[in-house]
Write a protein that binds this ligand. Structure first.
Ligand code: AMP
Ligand code: GLY
Length: 444
């Protein structure tokens, strides 16, 4: 079978790498792919991003299965387009993808179906938004209503920060208009302002076939740019799996209170959910969980460590997940060890990343399926025999080892051989898991 992966980030490199390990696969195409997928002989890049052009190409090339990585094509209706032409594709429809593409939609949905989340209000009028913030006080969270690659959220510790975030999102208007227009054709910028929640975050992802649901391994990412969780929010600077904070009790609660009611609510609202569903959890010290956000896709960089631990044939998983009820009897087999990935980002990220820096010291072609350390590419491209940076998050060096501490060691050892001008990375990925393991040991 020929398989298509849509996207070109680190997540899609990991998905394509995992799919290519299946003996059921002849070729994995990646559209548009990146410098890393270009190097792997089992993968082939296809320079197409338009949804209709992708569907036509998939028909011409007898693609038996398509897996979508990023939210953009989902919000643009790629699943609707493929299904309308009888093509097998895993992901939510455009309507269902609003769980991610519109914060106002997802907050109203959660409120309507009693799914735990922070209290909020939505505003299009800056005067009303400013007044609301003055009434509620800081800390408070201001979110642009639309896809913003992890950059549309300001956690304001002071009222000043909250006021300028409102002006930035509603008046300067750069995030709101562009993304609302993309999601629903509506041109009015809108913000969601919500209660500040405290606790520890985790990424909780499941597969949904429209009827049944299977949880993926747990994970945690690091959203801030700098060590000690300082600096601006990013799309994610590193991740690991499993996340010890998701205890069996928290896991059961997340399924019972968030995932299952969400799928049932979508069904009731006439928008049955298929695809990956990602709930960003905030877990308080008592183990209560609230939903910070929904994503209608796997996380990046969480996917890289999660898929390094997956032992079940990923093609079998995706084939089951694209049949209604196909997941009913599926059990996923996970490596018991810990996988940990560190993102190497370009100069200027998360603002305007510089492109074209030469990357040196990359390990030779990653084609082995059982590597203890994989260098997944994201913002890279190949030109004249060199690999160059071409985006904000450039690489994700991901290691699999006995525990978080050991995996971190392997990943950072590999990073020390890699160089490009302006390379930025955190040196403390996995710090929570390592601290929790140390505390657990001390308690014994
Ligand atoms: P989101 O894209 O909605 O997940 O927000 C991005 C990041 O902002 C989250 O991962 C949190 O670190 C932070 N955040 C979002 N909402 C809240 C909230 N209500 N309270 C505290 N932090 C939040
Ligand atoms: N790493 C967070 C996300 O993919 O949204």
């Amino acid at each position: 079978m020929n398989v298509l992966v849509i996207g070109g980030g680190g997540r899609e490199h990991a998905m394509a790498w995992k799919l290519a390990q299946s003996d059921k696969v002849q070729m994995v195409y990646v559209a548009p792919g990146n410098g890393g997928t270009a190097l792997d002989s089992r993968l082939k890049n296809i320079p197409i991003t338009d949804v209709v052009a992708l569907r036509e190409w998939a028909q011409e090339n007898k693609i038996g299965l398509t897996v979508v990585g990023p939210e953009g094509p989902l919000a643009a209706g790629v699943v609707d387009e493929f299904r309308a032409h009888g093509l097998r594709i895993f992901g939510p429809t455009r309507a269902a993808a609003q769980l991610e593409s519109s914060k106002a939609f997802s907050k109203a949905f959660m409120q309507r179906h009693n799914i735990p989340t922070a209290a909020y209000e939505a505003f299009t009028d800056p005067v009303a938004a400013h007044a609301y913030v003055n009434r509620m006080g800081a800390p408070i969270v201001v979110k642009a209503d639309g896809l913003a690659a992890g950059k549309g959220v300001v956690v304001a510790m002071t009222l000043d920060e909250a006021h300028s975030a409102i002006d930035f999102m509603l008046l300067d208007n750069t995030l709101g208009v562009v993304h609302n227009a993309g999601a629903g054709g509506q041109a009015v910028p809108r913000v969601v302002i919500e209660e500040f929640l405290e606790g520890e975050e985790a990424s909780f992802m499941v597969l949904c076939d429209g009827k049944d649901v299977v949880a993926l391994a747990t994970s945690q990412d690091h959203k801030r740019l700098l060590d000690d969780d300082l600096g601006p929010n990013t799309g994610g600077m590193g991740a690991y799996s499993p996340a010890p904070v998701v205890t069996p009790q928290v896991h059961a609660r997340a399924m019972r209170e968030i995932i299952l009611p969400t799928l049932k609510g979508m069904e009731q609202d006439g928008i049955p959910y298929t695809g990956f569903l990602y709930a960003g959890l905030m877990i308080d010290p008592q183990g209560h969980v609230k939903t910070l956000e929904f994503n209608c896709r796997m996380g990046d960089p969480e996917t890289q460590p999660i898929l390094m631990r997956l032992k079940t044939d990923f093609v079998d998983v995706m084939m089951a997940a694209t049949e209604i009820g196909g997941l009913e009897n599926l059990e996923l087999d996970w490596d018991r060890r810990t996988a940990l990935g560190v993102v190497l980002a370009a100069h200027g990220y998360p603002g305007t990343p510089r492109k074209g820096d030469v990357i040196e010291g990359l390990p030779t072609v990653n084609t082995l399926s059982d590597e203890a350390c994989m260098v997944f590419h994201a913002g890279t491209e190949h030109r004249d025999g060199a690999t160059l940076t071409s985006g904000g998050r450039v690489l994700c060096v991901t290691a699999l080892a006995e525990n978080a501490r050991a995996a971190r060691q392997v990943a950072y050892d590999a990073i020390h051989g890699i160089r490009f001008n302006g390379m930025q990375y955190r040196t403390d990925i996995g710090h929570r898991a390592i601290k929790q393991a140390t505390e657990a040991k001390a308690a014994k």
